[in-house]
Ligand binder design. Structure first.
Ligand code: UDP
Length: 238
């Protein structure tokens, strides 16, 4: 196999995916499969940092619809991402590959705090780094976190794993006429208001000149395929 396209990447995994076929919680076989895919990606010679969502447990907007303040709901969402990271860290380490959860929120009994230097050190030691707690601020998403952290740690791309194989003109699960884009500029992605990723994330990627590759994680090995240049997805760049 040839050289990977990138040396350091941030992979964004949505929490929803962690629930497997359930609508809530953590599905262990799914986590184990993701752990295997991440390890295979790292074995291509890529430094792998992962931003994990929390939508399988809590989303701030949904919690606040039930009467909790939005910042509190968002804090619950950020804590959910920590739980997902700990589950994924355990699944990776069970396969004898070192992983480290770094959190945006201070929680010394649970995991280390995210700093750029801690992330650089862990990546250069060959650990898979799991970035927990989102940005640490309410009103943001883990999509935006992925772009922010990629810019901070000098990653060359953000790989946004979803359940569809790229950015579509409309939701392909609802609209049979939806077409898939092979490539979009950052500005087109921002202006298109595509549901697959939030506009704040695309706008930050435009400002920091970071490519985002949107692809489906449904097929085992898809992360490695994207990194090898043989995968299917939409590239948002330029
Ligand atoms: N969140 C937040 N700030 C951040 C990142 C996430 O407040 O910087 C909260 C927000 O409530 C969000 C929840 O954490 O709904 C889970 O993140 P997200 O919805 O991005 O997860 P995903 O949809 O990827 O599972």
């Amino acid at each position: 196999m040839g050289e990977p396209l990138y040396r350091r990447v941030v992979i964004k995994l949505s929490g929803e995916y962690f629930a497997g076929d359930q609508s809530f919680g953590i599905d262990q076989p799914t986590i184990d499969r993701i752990a295997g895919d991440l390890i295979a990606a790292q074995q291509l010679g890529v430094e792998v940092a992962v931003v994990v969502g929390g939508g399988n447990i809590f989303r701030g907007v949904e919690v606040s619809a039930r009467g909790v303040s939005r910042p509190t709901g968002d804090t619950m969402g950020m804590l959910a991402t920590v739980m997902n990271c700990l589950a994924l860290e355990a699944a990776i380490e069970r396969r004898a590959v070192p992983a480290r959860t770094l959190s945006a929120m201070v929680m010394p009994q649970v995991c280390e705090l995210f700093t750029r230097s801690a992330a650089h050190k862990c990546l250069s030691e060959g650990r898979i780094v799991l970035l927990a707690g989102g940005t640490g601020n309410p009103y943001f998403t883990t999509d935006t976190t992925a772009v922010l952290r990629a810019a901070e740690i000098g990653a060359q791309a953000v790989l946004k794993a979803t359940n569809v194989d790229g950015v579509y003109s409309a939701d392909p699960k609802k609209d049979p006429a939806a077409t898939r884009f092979e490539r979009l500029s950052h500005s087109q992605a921002v202006e298109g208001n595509y549901k697959v990723m939030d506009a704040t994330a695309f706008a930050l990627a435009r400002e920091t000149l970071l490519p985002i590759i949107v692809f489906s994680i449904a097929e085992p090995g898809s992360i490695g395929a994207i990194l090898s240049g043989t995968g299917r997805g939409t590239i948002v760049a330029g």
